[in-house]
Design a binder for this molecule. Structure first.
Ligand code: PMM
Length: 276
């Protein structure tokens, strides 16, 4: 899944695709590189970010969705608002990526039940403005799994078909770098515990910047220089059974997941008989 942020303030690309034309060109480039899905979002979710009004989110997202659909792309809309999701689906989007897992807008789950498109339900504990204060867990994997199960339960109760649900541990959302690493280190456990496909969004996130901090100054690695690390996470996440990785640089991640798939098919082959 390639990321198309139509925001002036995204941490990872600093508003590079804010103009609709630039966002469309960027989305087309990601499709050309081999993205199976392009994820179009008009609200920055970085810690501390203020929310745009719904009209502004619609203004950002709809023209970009329309153009990418017209070009034949499989478009997902990254939104917490049912109204934005509904309008994006009308414009041809075929999937909804809701970082709030249906918590931000009570109209979202009923909409997902009616529309029947795939729905990504992420682990979330509140809006960006105050979310890092909620980064408190007894055991991050156990707690995230329990909260995700509560959300998938709510979605099923609302009538969302089980075959349409995708879950996401929500790296960086109300999580410290330690929490993110523990979720990744135990990703196999997360994948096995949930009966739904798992999406992982680690791309360019600040925990990678901290890991790769400059040895002399201690300054975190800037967001746009975290793609090699993201590629490594993509390969490892795929090896642990992730269904999808959400990334800014599609080309490098596609290579990584192809290597992982080839490696995995070899590892799964029955042992060859000993020579002679
Ligand atoms: N991260 C961001 C935005 N949307 N959606 C899902 N499902 N999972 C994520 O981890 C996720 C997301 C924030 O990152 P960005 O600013 O690079 O888009």
């Amino acid at each position: 899944m390639g990321v198309v942020n139509v925001t002036p303030d995204s941490f990872s690309d600093g508003g590079l695709s804010f103009a609709p034309d630039a966002a469309v060109a960027h989305g087309l480039a990601l499709l050309e590189q081999g993205a199976d899905i392009v994820d179009v979002g008009g609200e920055s979710t970085r810690p501390g970010a203020a929310r745009p009004p719904a009209e502004e989110e619609l203004r950002r997202v709809l023209p970009v969705v329309r153009e990418l659909v017209a070009a034949g792309g499989f478009v997902s809309v990254d939104t917490m608002r049912a109204e934005v999701a509904a309008r994006a689906l009308d414009a041809g989007a075929r999937m909804v990526n809701d970082v709030s897992g249906g918590l931000a807008d009570p109209a979202m789950l009923p909409l997902m039940a009616r529309s029947g498109v795939p729905y990504v339900l992420m682990h979330w504990r509140g809006h960006a403005a105050g979310m890092q204060a909620n980064a408190v867990y007894d055991d991050v994997v156990t707690d995230v799994l329990a909260e995700l199960r509560a959300r998938t339960g709510a979605a099923l109760d609302a009538g969302v078909p089980p075959g349409r649900l995708v879950v996401d541990p929500g790296l960086g959302f109300a999580k410290t770098p330690e929490h993110n690493w523990e979720l990744l280190g135990r990703l196999g456990e997360v994948v096995r515990a949930l009966e739904f496909p798992v999406l992982v969004g680690a791309s360019r996130k600040s925990f990678l910047g901290h890991l790769l901090a400059d040895r002399a100054t201690g300054r975190p690695r800037p967001a746009r220089q975290r793609d090699a690390a993201t590629t490594a996470v993509s390969a490892l996440a795929a090896a642990q059974g992730a269904w999808c990785v959400r990334v800014h640089d599609v080309a490098s991640t596609l290579d990584a997941v192809r290597v992982t798939a080839r490696w995995g098919s070899e590892a799964a082959r029955p042992a060859r008989p000993a020579p002679g």
